[in-house]
Design a protein around this ligand. Structure first.
Ligand SMILES: [Zn+2]
Length: 291
């Protein structure tokens, strides 16, 4: 018995370092194993949100469109959403839109979708989709009233590119949280056909005394959002110039907007910047409010 024990003990003593080595190796191996790719992006959701950037033009074409696409693609990598850019209106069909969380109208102009594509896009928003309109997204689809209400206001005219002061009225929203209370920047400042304030939640407005050619009687919203027809809609008037897309704050403004519209950032603050005329439960588009 004794001799057997001794043999067994000696055997175990000899093997012990081997076990330790094996254990260490397996721990090291486990630590060294590359993480599955779905853990790598900073996205909070299991699936990376998909953003479609649409920049078709049938009217004026902004030279800044490539800079805009590049910037949004980079922002997607930084913020965890996937960007696909297209000028092809055939993307507006149920299968592709069904895999999309947010559609950005990046400096679109004119009549960009046919009737059927318009219907598919309306269904996308009604199904909870997100919309972000940039600059001449307001110079788009004048004969589609539903779109006019979605974007919030249509373009009328603009003065020359110049610096202006922006009052950031609501700094709790994902697209404005990072901005100073007054934001000085240079862009082409649109005049809109109608003040959108009664129908949307205004985030920023231009100080018309800070530049030439304001054109909206002193109340000049330049960025806003609203819940619209089952989905989320955001618009910003900036983004005419190439330089806009290199401005860190303008980029973060866009990224915040996309993350909200794509459903990545929780719905805006409890304490709402509710306009006094907003009727609770008013989810259906108001008839006759064509702009
Ligand atoms: Zn422009």
């Amino acid at each position: 018995m004794r001799s057997t024990d001794t043999v067994r003990q000696r055997f175990l003593r000899t093997l012990a370092p081997v076990f330790v080595c094996l254990l260490t190796a397996s721990i090291l191996l486990a630590l060294d194993t590359p993480k599955p790719p779905d853990v790598e992006p900073p996205a909070a959701r299991a699936e990376t949100p998909a953003v479609l950037v649409f920049s078709r033009t049938t009217g004026f074409r902004h030279g800044s469109i490539p800079a805009g696409i590049k910037s949004l693609t980079e922002l997607g990598r930084e913020h965890g959403f996937r960007v696909e850019a297209t000028e092809d209106p055939r993307f507006f069909e149920p299968t592709r839109l069904g895999k999309t969380d947010c559609v950005v109208f990046l400096n679109t102009t004119g009549d960009v979708l046919d009737d059927e594509q318009q219907r598919h896009f309306e269904n996308f928003i009604r199904g909870g989709g997100g919309y972000v309109g940039v600059h001449s997204a307001a110079d788009t689809e004048y004969d589609w009233p539903w779109y006019g209400r979605l974007v919030g206001a249509w373009f009328k005219t603009h003065p020359a590119i110049q610096p202006a002061r922006i009052n950031v009225e609501d700094r709790t929203f994902p697209a404005t949280r990072m901005l100073p209370a007054t934001w000085d920047r240079t862009d082409e400042w649109y005049v809109y056909r109608k003040n959108p304030r009664p129908n949307v939640r205004v985030l920023m407005s231009l100080d018309e005394t800070s530049y030439q050619g304001g054109g909206m009687d002193g109340d000049h919203p330049i960025s806003w959002y609203h819940d619209y027809d089952g989905g989320r809609a955001f618009y910003t008037g900036g983004g005419h110039t190439d330089a806009s897309y290199a401005e860190p704050l303008f980029r973060e403004h866009l990224a915040g907007a996309i993350k909200w519209a794509a459903g990545m950032t929780p719905h805006p603050p409890r304490k709402p910047a509710v306009p006094t005329d907003a009727v609770p439960g008013d989810a259906t588009p108001d008839k006759g409010a064509t702009r």
